[in-house]
Design a protein around this ligand. Structure first.
Ligand SMILES: [Zn+2]
Length: 374
């Protein structure tokens, strides 16, 4: 394990220096810090961007687009957008069939209190189920892609349909500066991989599910239509605990036991499936981000990691619930749990294209230098 954060060799591409400090930590010092302006300069920059958004959208119905999952980052982003920036966002939510009661509560209290309309995109459940089952049958770790992809595609579909040029995103260095290993969290927009897995294991034609290839949104929407993604949380100090208390105080928002637990499926995937079947605990990534940004104590993180992220008493019921909802028996789900492990490289993929694309964008200076891509 790294001597500074809690990443360890369960991330197979991790590298350590002679002091036992890992490459995630070095990447943080080298890249995240220099792109994260929390002082006066950041404040001026975000004010300039907001003014530009308002100018551009003066005669339009909406200033910007904002997707809300019910999680803390997107909820806090919504609060900032309306209350601090005075923006008029089109707020949408993708209902993939797995919303937790807490997520529904948190979205509703915010929408009510802020007096906004919520645009909900409900994904056809039969298609979603078939898509998720295909990923389980394929044996890969990234079974969360059917949910993630629907979110990304819906986001860009809204931007296209309502001709909205600015997308506000709650993504941030503060709680997400350490990246998930590619081995377990492969690109959700690799359509070649999705097509291969669907062809081998899917049954549904998926006529209504929203698909969007990376070429469409990175090239067509971004460069030809000028759709911009703005991440305001990178221009200000952002402290998770402070954001949580503000949301609780102002909106009656209720916290989750762990990041991404707003979806009942993701909760099962990240607390049980990924650690138990693949030996990778995503809390290592989340805690390491908080340690590097001085929001968590390393000893406390190590202590928490010794206990499983799932509830040992109710996991059996949870397992049955997931199987039943997917329309299979618990025995069948158990077979997928035990089957040989497969990874993105076992299926057709466009990783080379993604890598080359990222290199070109960095080379022409359009995208900032990021961290490793493994
Ligand atoms: Zn480290």
């Amino acid at each position: 394990m790294c001597t500074r954060c809690v990443m360890d060799t369960s991330d197979e591409n991790i590298k350590f220096d002679m002091n036992g400090v890992c490459d995630h930590c070095h990447d943080f010092d080298q890249y995240a810090k220099s792109n994260w302006d929390t002082d006066e300069q950041g404040k001026n920059e975000i004010e300039r961007v907001i003014a530009k958004i308002k100018r551009y959208s003066r005669n339009k119905d909406f200033d910007c687009l904002l997707g809300i999952s019910g999680g803390v980052d997107s909820s806090y982003m919504l609060h900032l957008a309306v209350k601090e920036f005075g923006l008029r966002p089109l707020v949408f939510h993708v209902d993939g069939g797995w919303n937790s009661e807490l997520a529904v509560h948190n979205i509703n209290v915010m929408i009510d209190k802020l007096g906004l309309d919520l645009y909900t995109e409900v994904i056809n459940w039969e298609e979603m189920k078939d898509f998720q089952l295909a990923f389980f049958k394929s044996g890969v770790p990234h079974v969360d892609i059917p949910q993630d992809h629907a979110f990304i595609a819906t986001l860009y579909n809204f931007a296209d349909k309502y001709r909205i040029k600015y997308i506000l995103n709650g993504g941030n260095y503060s709680t997400e500066c350490v990246q998930y290993p590619m081995k377990y969290y492969y690109y959700g927009t690799d359509m070649k991989q999705i097509a291969d897995i669907r062809k081998q294991f899917g049954k549904s034609k998926m006529e209504t599910y929203p698909f969007s290839s990376v070429f469409r949104h990175k090239l067509y929407l971004k460069y030809l239509r000028g759709v911009n993604v703005v991440k305001p949380l990178n221009y200000m100090p952002y402290n998770k605990e402070d954001a949580l208390s503000l949301l609780e105080r102002e909106y009656g928002w209720k916290p989750y036991p762990q990041k991404h637990f707003e979806s009942r499926f993701t909760k099962f995937f990240e607390s049980y499936w990924l650690p138990e079947r693949f030996g990778f605990d995503p809390r290592r990534v989340q805690f390491s981000s908080l340690i590097l940004t001085e929001q968590m104590n390393r000893d406390e993180a190590i202590e928490q990691l010794q206990r499983p992220a799932y509830n040992t008493e109710s996991i059996h019921d949870e397992f049955n619930y997931i199987a039943t909802k997917l329309g299979i028996s618990a025995k069948e789900l158990q077979e997928y749990f035990e089957m040989p492990k497969k990874f993105y490289w076992n299926y057709q993929n466009q990783q080379d294209v993604f890598r080359t694309g990222a290199k070109i964008l960095r080379w022409i200076g359009v995208e900032k230098v990021k961290k490793r891509e493994q």
